[in-house]
Each structure stands twice: as C-alpha cells, then as structure tokens.
Design a protein around this ligand. Structure first.
Ligand SMILES: Nc1ncnc2c1ncn2[C@@H]1O[C@H](COP(=O)(O)OP(=O)(O)OP(=O)(O)O)[C@@H](O)[C@H]1O
Length: 350
C-alpha cells in the first residue's frame, strides 16, 4: 500500500451549542441516542482514524446520517472538528491560516459534488476553467487546459454549451473535468455519481477508473452504494452512527465482515464477481495443471477456466507471471457459496 497522503486521527465532531462540554461524555462512550436525549447535541463523528493512501481511491461508505458528508467536509475544512487532527502531506491542516487554507483549496484539493455545482450562466468551458481562473492562470492557458480536460472526459465539442443543455451524466463529466483541470492531487467526491441513472452511473465509474489508471490522484469517494464502493474502492471504510465499523480492501470486507451490520451490507452481493482467485487459493508451489490464472481474476471467470481443464485446478500467478499458489474447483465453489476467510476457515459472525 502507498504512503498515507491524508491521516485523520481521533476525529470527533459534535453538533450543538456547546460541543466541548459534552466531548468527554462521548469519549467515555456515550451513544448518539443518549447524547441527543440527555444533552440535545448530535454526534456527527466519533473517534475516526483513517489513513488515505496516496494515489489510491479510498471509499467512505455508510447509510444516510452515518456521517459521510461531515467527514469529507473536514478534509478541506468546510467543517471544523470538535477534536482531533487531519494531517495532509505531514501538515496539520487545522493549523493552517486563512490564506494557507484558501491556497490549499485552490491548488491541492478539488471537490466534486452530487448536484454537480456548476454555474448555470457560464458555458461548459468557463465552468471547467473556473478553478484555473481563481488560481490566477492566464486566460489563454485556462482555455487550453479546459479544452484538454473536456476532451479527456469525452465532451469535446460541448465547450460553448450551457449546463442546462446537457444531461445529468454529461454535467457530472463537466464537474469531473473542472476538478481535474486544477491539477490538484486530492479529489474529494461527495456522492458524486448518486444523482445519476444506474447505467450512466456505471459509465461514470468507468470514466473515473480509466482516468485514475493514468492520473493516480488521491481520491476520497463518498457513497452509500456497496456495488459502487466495491467497484471503485482500493479500500473501503464503513461508517455507522459516526464511527468507523470496518475498514479494509473490498476483498477483506467481503471475506471477513467484522459483525452482523457489515454482513447485512455484503450478504446480497454477487460474490463471484467480486472475490478474486488470490483470496481462495492455496498459497505455495505450482500443481500439475497447464492452466494459469491471474491472481486478480474474479471467481466468475475463474470457474469457467478451471472447469474446462481435466484436473479441475489451475496455478495462480501474480502480476509478474510468477506462480504464487493454486486453486481448485472446490475452492472456487466454496468461495462463491459462503463466506470464507482467506485461510479457508469459516467466518463466525456472532
Ligand atoms: N449542521 C448540522 N447540525 C446538526 N446536526 C448535523 C449537522 N450536519 C450533520 N448533522 C448530523 O450529523 C449526522 C451525520 O450527518 P451527515 O450529513 O454527515 O451524514 P451522511 O452519512 O452524509 O448522510 P446523507 O447520506 O443523508 O447525506 C446526522 O445525524 C446529521 O443529522
């Protein structure tokens, strides 16, 4: 895993007239419900500790009201914490002056919003150039960069259109181009695709993933949708009532849900499309089979290849083509059928 670009440490956020007066109670375990009933304060975030690795997509997932928006808005200090630290590139952003903060938002962190946040009276090209204009970039250069990013998100030819002339999916492409045009290393995406129809949404996820293969931004992506989280997240943190219940890679979360709450989230997913060969294989030496399977091949595809062999097994190779283990038909079927730990042990939920 890459180094942490953003470190969120012991972060608490309490909404209400006097958060400091009830912070101690929350730190000693007072629940969200009790805090509301006894002290009329709302617990937004509770002891959040998350490392956001550089050049990866970190998904924050949770149901409505779990604290996702509150959390992402701390990263560019649209919200001030009650307590805790947010360290970006080894700098505690809570110590930034007003000017440093403006600089940070202009050059280092861009945001993509659920409702696109476009200027309705500006053309598509001006919307994309907006961040560059406030950075002080000369007009000709802004224009050129705006055009380049519109090309990259598949909107060349739409420069002079207005947002209302575009579909929702196209408007969000403009939102994405605007965020990318500033060259900020950090992208904060708050339910960025949630307002889109399912097919367009899947399409936008593909656009983001293919751009990311080349750009390697540090992306914090908020969603309430598990399929989206599994598809785009290098890591996922799941929030409930303002606290992180589990964080890990999609494979870890599916194979090792820490409790019933997480299990309820994952139990209906199509495991064969998410679990990869490496997660069910026996690590070690090659077995007698002419079949090689990539370590990240999903089980749905692996099962077809393995059933076509005589020995009903194959060797698993890493990205360099080196054998790292083997997998049998039985292991694949087991992985698809029920939750198993990477070790092959059954997972107990209670
Ligand atoms: N300004 C505020 N004042 C009081 N309570 C707030 C404020 N902002 C958020 N909250 C509360 O904090 C909790 C977390 O809210 P938040 O909006 O971060 O959740 P969310 O997971 O983003 O939900 P959604 O998906 O519905 O946007 C909720 O209980 C919410 O009511």
């Amino acid at each position: 895993m890459s180094e942490a670009k953003i470190r969120i440490e012991n972060l608490y956020k309490i909404f209400g007239p006097n958060p400091q007066s009830v912070l101690g109670d929350v730190q000693h375990g007072m629940s969200k419900q009790e805090l509301l009933e006894k002290h009329s304060h709302v617990l937004g975030l509770k002891d959040i500790n998350i490392n956001v690795p550089e050049r990866e997509i970190s998904v924050i997932m949770g149901l409505s009201g779990s604290g996702k928006s509150t959390l992402i808005r701390h990263i560019n200090r649209l919200i001030e914490p009650t307590s805790g630290r947010i360290v970006i590139d080894d700098q505690d952003i809570l110590g930034m002056s007003k000017d440093e903060l403006i600089e940070f938002r202009r050059f280092r962190a861009s945001m993509v919003f659920q409702k696109f946040g476009l200027h309705v009276h500006k053309t598509v090209a001006s919307n994309v150039a907006y961040g560059l204009t406030i950075q002080g970039t000369p007009e000709a250069e802004s224009k050129e960069r705006s055009k380049k990013w519109l090309d990259r998100v598949g909107l060349s030819g739409f420069e002079d259109h207005y947002p209302s002339q575009l579909s929702g999916g196209m408007q969000q492409r403009v939102g994405l181009a605007r965020a990318l045009a500033t060259d900020a290393q950090i992208l904060l995406m708050d339910e960025a695709f949630s307002a889109l129809d399912p097919l367009i949404r899947t399409d936008m996820q593909g656009v983001l993933l293919s751009l990311q293969e080349e750009l390697h931004k540090t992306i914090v992506f908020i969603t309430h949708d598990l399929d989206e989280a599994l598809r785009i997240g290098d890591t996922i943190a799941i929030l409930r009532d303002g606290a992180v219940i589990q964080q890990g890679t999609p494979q870890e979360i599916i194979l090792h849900p820490v409790d019933d709450y997480i299990y309820d989230f994952i139990k209906d997913i199509n495991r064969s499309r998410v679990i990869q060969t490496k997660s069910v294989m026996t690590p070690g030496e090659a077995v007698d089979s002419s079949l090689t399977l990539s370590h990240d091949l999903v089980l749905e595809e692996a099962i077809q290849l393995v059933t076509a062999t005589e020995s009903m097994q194959g060797n698993v190779v890493d990205e360099n083509g080196e054998v790292i283990g083997s997998v049998s038909l039985e292991q694949i079927v087991d992985g698809i059928a029920r939750p198993v730990a990477a070790s092959g042990d059954d997972v107990q939920y209670r």
